[in-house]
Design a protein around this ligand. Structure first.
Ligand code: ZN
Ligand code: ZN
Length: 354
C-alpha cells in the first residue's frame, strides 16, 4: 500500500496563557523501530490544562513541556515504517501508550514506562511531538493494534483514561463478587464504571454535578447518588449496613477520599486514582480496625493496556461513549476553551473532521 505523505503539516502547540498556537512543521521521518502515524483522533486530558495550557507549571519533572506538538492521547493509522519494524504494517490502526521509557530500567522491563525515572523518558505531547498534529512518529514499543470493533476515537482514550481506570480495578482485584463505589464521575470515573461492569461488578457512582451523574447513568452505573452529607449512610443502606467491597476515588478531593474509606466494608479495598489535593483521616477506625487495603495507582503498563484492548473488544465497549464534544484539528483552540469550563465529558480532536 502506498500512502501519499505531504512534506509539511499542521501542528498545535501550547505556549501557555490559555493559548493554542498553530504551527507549520516538516512531516517527521520514522527512525529505527518507529512508525509514522497519520493521526486520526486525540483526546484532551485534565493534565494538559493543569500543567501546560494555562502555565507551564513543571520545569524539571515528568510533566515538563518542551515546546513540542501537544497531545498525549493519540490514535492513528500507520503510513510509513522505519527500519527494523516487523510487527506492524502500513495501514494498521493503532493506539499509543503515551510515554516511551528508557527500555532497560526495572519499571520499563515490566512495561510501566510511566514510572521510568531515567533521563531518556519521553512522553508524547510533553517532551516529544504528540497527537495534535496531522502526523506523529511513534515508537513501536508504545503501539498497540486496535481490533476492528474499536474506533480511532476509542483508541485515543485507552492509555491515559481507560488504562488508568482498568489498572485501579486490577489493583483491587475486582470481580463479579464486588460492589464498586466510584467517587467522582469525570471521564476516568465513567471509565471505571464501564470496565467494572464488564468485569461483572455492581457499581455505585457518586458526584456533586448533575451533568456528570447523568453521564454515569448513560454509561451503565447501577446506582448514582448525589455527593451530599448523607451519601455514606445511603451507601450503607444499599449494602445491608456492611459497605462496599471496593471503593475507588476518582475525585481527587479530600472529602471523596475520606468517604471511600468510610464506605468500604471490613477487609475491603480502596484505590486512590484522582490526582492532587490532600486527605486527612483517623487510621484506627477507618483503616486499621477495618483491615482495609489502600492502594495508590498511577496509569497502567503497556501489557495491561493490551489486555484492556482485548477486554473492550470482547465485551463490546466503546470508550468513545464518554466523549461529549468533538472538534477538527484546526479548531483545537475552541476544544480547549470548552474543555477548560470543566462542564464537559471527554473532549476529542477528530482529525478526520474538516
Ligand atoms: Zn491524559
Ligand atoms: Zn526506564
Amino acid at each position: 500500500m502506498e500512502m501519499n505523505i505531504p512534506k509539511k503539516m499542521l501542528g498545535m502547540k501550547l505556549p501557555g496563557g490559555a493559548k493554542v498556537e498553530a504551527v507549520e512543521v516538516d512531516v517527521p521521518t520514522p527512525g529505527y523501530g518507529q512508525v509514522l502515524l497519520k493521526m486520526k483522533a486525540a483526546s484532551l486530558c485534565g493534565s494538559d490544562l493543569k500543567y501546560i495550557y494555562y502555565e507551564h507549571t513543571d520545569k524539571t519533572g515528568g510533566a515538563r513541556y518542551d515546546d513540542v506538538i501537544a497531545g498525549h492521547e493519540p490514535s492513528g493509522q500507520i503510513v510509513a515504517l522505519g527500519e527494523g519494524v516487523t510487527n506492524f504494517k502500513i495501514g494498521d490502526k493503532v493506539c499509543v501508550y503515551h510515554i516511551q521509557g528508557c527500555g532497560y530500567c526495572d519499571e520499563c522491563k515490566k512495561g510501566y514506562f510511566i514510572n521510568c525515572q531515567m533521563p531518556e523518558r519521553r512522553a508524547y505531547g510533553w517532551q516529544r511531538d504528540g497527537a495534535l498534529g496531522e502526523y506523529m512518529v511513534a515508537d513501536v514499543s508504545t503501539c498497540i493494534l486496535l481490533p476492528e470493533f474499536l474506533t480511532y476515537e476509542d483508541g485515543a482514550m485507552i492509555a491515559c483514561g481507560f488504562g488508568t481506570a482498568y489498572q485501579g480495578l486490577l489493583r483491587a482485584g475486582v470481580s463479579g463478587q464486588d460492589r464498586v463505589l466510584v467517587m467522582g464521575l469525570g471521564p476516568v470515573g465513567q471509565a471505571t464504571i464501564m470496565i467494572a461492569k464488564a468485569l461483572g461488578a455492581e457499581t455505585i457512582g457518586v458526584d456533586i454535578s448533575e451533568e456528570r451523574m447523568e453521564m454515569a447513568k448513560n454509561v451503565g452505573a447501577d446506582v448514582v447518588l448525589k455527593g451530599n452529607d448523607n451519601v455514606v449512610e445511603e451507601i450503607m443502606k444499599l449494602t445491608d449496613g456492611k459497605g462496599v467491597e471496593v471503593a475507588i476515588d476518582c475525585s481527587g478531593s479530600s472529602i471523596g477520599r475520606h468517604r471511600c474509606l468510610e464506605a468500604a466494608r471490613m477487609w475491603g479495598n480502596v484505590v486512590y486514582l484522582g490526582e492532587q489535593g490532600t486527605v486527612t483521616f483517623e487510621p484506627s477506625p477507618l483503616l486499621l480496625h477495618k483491615n482495609l487495603t489502600l492502594h495508590g495507582s498511577w496509569v497502567t503498563s503497556v501489557g495491561n493496556m493490551e489486555r484492556l484492548v482485548e477486554l473492550l473488544d470482547r465485551k463490546k465497549i466503546h470508550p468513545s461513549k464518554v466523549i461529549t464534544h468533538r472538534f477538527p484539528l484546526r479548531e483545537t483552540d475552541k476544544a480547549f476553551e470548552i474543555f477548560a469550563t470543566g462542564k464537559t465529558g471527554k473532549v476529542c480532536i477528530n482529525h478526520e473532521m474538516e
